[in-house]
Design a protein around this ligand. Structure first.
Ligand code: PBG
Length: 334
């Protein structure tokens, strides 16, 4: 059977959707990409001001609900924590590098960037954690696709590789930008990364580096598609994502400060680290917890254990005053 697989139109989105399509292609299944334009792609203002989560995902989700496509591939970190009743995440494939990437001029790292260096990012989480580490840095709000952002680094202006930067966007005006390793790696641009930032220094966004394959919760799937999806629903990625999204969902209710969260599954236990920070880096609350996962399969019980871990860490953070931290801009871009 041939299936329509929906994607955003950016180079990153089509690349990762094609990766999923190739992985799920078998003798019984074939996939055809359908590009869906989303509000996050057509708006040019600062993402921090666009408001709310899900700007990248809404139109794509609507296409699944309408039946325009049979399934859709999202970056998990772009999906709001609350799952709409009409949709179901049918697979979370093996995760790419979850770390944030420093892409700096002259091979610099967070230790060698000069005082007052200009750093571009559109993510309140990255701003807050970088300022906590290096209050001297000058943070610049940037947006655009991966190529457009990389072109803002001094010396990176002419490294187009496979796609040009957006016309009109400044070039070479910053000392560094911070992006997700996963997106850069998937696009084959790993030459641009000068430091893969250790999660001890900066915790990534919940879901960073993971993909979510979403289908209608109301329509029954054909057998070949159901099988292909189940084969690509990876235990570690699913458990980690479940804990990280439970953390996000629980904190979203009462805390508007920028949030980082990373879960790691080692085969027998699931560990979750989380941080909320004031935007100026002046205060951070960091907590962690571990839970044992007895059954090595994706069952309702193992997922409930992972979910509980996220809720537990979120509650500890609220007890520590996470809800009292000043709000960052809307969590549109994590
Ligand atoms: N919000 C944009 C977005 N959504 C997913 C990724 C990267 C890929 C991933 O985390 O899976 C990015 C870009 C970035 O943060 O650098």
């Amino acid at each position: 059977m041939a299936y329509r697989i929906g994607t955003r139109g950016s180079a990153l989105a089509t690349t990762q959707t094609q990766w999923v399509a190739n992985a799920m292609t078998t003798a019984d299944t074939a996939f055809e990409q359908v590009i869906i334009k989303t509000k996050g792609d057509v708006t040019t203002g600062s993402l921090a001001n666009l408001g709310g989560t899900g700007v990248f995902a809404t139109a794509l989700r609507q296409a699944v609900i309408n039946g325009e496509v049979d399934l859709a591939v999202h970056s998990l970190k772009d999906l709001p924590a609350k799952q709409p009743a009409e949709l179901r995440i049918a697979a979370i494939p093996e995760r790419a590098d979850y770390r944030d990437a420093l892409c700096a001029a002259d091979g610099m790292t967070l230790d060698t960037l000069p005082k007052g260096a200009k750093i571009g990012t559109g993510s309140p989480r990255r701003v807050a954690q970088l300022l906590a580490l290096r209050p001297d840095l000058e943070m610049v709000d940037i947006r655009g696709n991966v190529h457009t952002r990389l072109a803002r680094v001094k010396g990176y202006e002419h490294h187009h590789d496979n796609a040009p930067a957006a016309a009109g966007s400044p070039k070479g005006d910053l000392d560094a930008v911070v992006l997700a390793c996963a997106g850069i790696d998937r696009l084959g641009l790993d030459w641009a990364i000068t430091q893969r930032i250790d999660p001890e220094i900066m915790l990534p966004a919940p879901g960073q580096g993971a993909l979510a394959v979403e289908v209608s919760a109301e329509k029954a799937l054909d057998a070949p598609l159901a099988t292909a999806l189940a084969d690509h629903d990876q235990l570690a990625a699913r458990l980690e994502a479940t804990a990280e999204r439970a953390l996000l969902e629980t904190l979203e209710a009462g805390c508007a400060a920028p949030l980082g969260g990373l879960a790691r599954f080692n085969g027998t236990s699931l560990h979750l680290d989380a941080i909320v920070s004031a935007m100026d880096g002046s205060k951070t609350i960091r907590r962690e917890a571990t839970t044992t996962i007895a059954i090595e399969a994706i069952t309702d019980a193992t997922l409930a254990t992972a979910y509980q871990l996220g809720v537990e860490v979120a509650k500890m953070m609220i007890d520590d005053g996470a809800d009292l931290l000043p709000p960052g801009p809307a969590r549109g871009n994590r």
